[in-house]
Design a protein around this ligand. Structure first.
Ligand code: PGA
Length: 251
């Protein structure tokens, strides 16, 4: 896996037709870029999106998946279904999943273990709320979320793991942490991985920053020590803006 990664999280935006148009636009723009470029549309678009990108330098992903193999889980999608549909990536533990749908660290851990079994590249999202930030709990929260999500994960499975640091208060708000705050969070995440695994694993892990990244602030964020790329929501919906963001990280 490329150490650098820039991943678009469409959330509940864009129809199948719109995703195809988007990808046709994006494919020539990212040709030859030395980075993992991911596009993560809604479940119903994954299959056609995967067919549209074929041999292009873009991996398609899903925004969530169920931790069970199959069964009576109305409305849910399994890891095997994602792989069969052509997904290569899955986003797990996004703060919107945690906050709106009540996903716990334990469930996220189960999902991660399942995704790793089928070789999906898992983008594990962690991040503190504003209240946690204001009460100096950021380090503790990141360490706890990581440790619980990574339970029973082996070091050799890190080849398929990406960590996304996304402060809850920065998502969709236009608020971005200071360079120092992002740098500190990256260091915290690496030190937790080092404690749980090894220095080598910590150094080799791709860690993204996400939360209000746009075409204007991307190059500054790309320069922060420890940041290997970005998970982009709102600004990724436009191919022009997303390409500018990609180019800020891949020079
Ligand atoms: P945003 O979302 O870029 O719209 O803030 C990022 C995310 O939720 O992954």
């Amino acid at each position: 896996m490329n150490k650098k990664a820039i991943i678009a999280n469409f959330k509940m935006n864009k129809t199948n037709t719109e995703v195809q148009e988007y990808l046709k636009d994006l494919i020539p723009m990212v040709q030859g870029k030395d980075a993992l470029i991911g596009v993560v549309p809604s479940f119903v678009c994954v299959n056609t999106a995967a067919q549209t990108v074929k041999d292009a330098n873009i991996l398609i992903g899903a925004q969530n998946m169920n931790e069970n193999d199959s069964g009576a889980y109305t409305g849910e999608v399994s890891a095997n279904m994602l792989v069969d549909a052509g997904a290569k990536i899955v986003i797990l533990g996004h703060s919107e999943r945690r906050a709106i749908y009540g996903e716990t660290d334990q469930v996220i851990n189960q999902k991660l273990l399942k995704a790793l079994k089928v070789n999906l590249i898992s983008v594990l999202c962690i991040g503190e709320s504003l209240m946690e930030r204001n009460s100096d709990k950021t380090t503790e929260v990141l360490d706890r979320q990581l440790s619980l999500a990574l339970k029973d994960v082996y070091a050799n499975e890190f080849k398929n793991i990406i960590i996304a640091y996304e402060p809850v208060w920065a998502i969709g708000t236009g608020k971005v942490p200071t360079d120092e705050q992002i740098k500190d969070a990256m260091a915290t995440i690496r030190s937790t991985i080092e404690r749980l695994y090894s220095k080598e694993t910590a150094l080799n892990t791709t860690i993204l920053y996400g939360g209000s990244v746009n075409e204007k602030n991307a190059s500054q964020i790309a320069n922060i020590e420890g940041v290997d790329g970005s998970l982009v929501g709102g600004a990724s919906l436009d191919t022009g803006k997303f390409t500018t963001i990609i180019n800020s990280f891949v020079r």
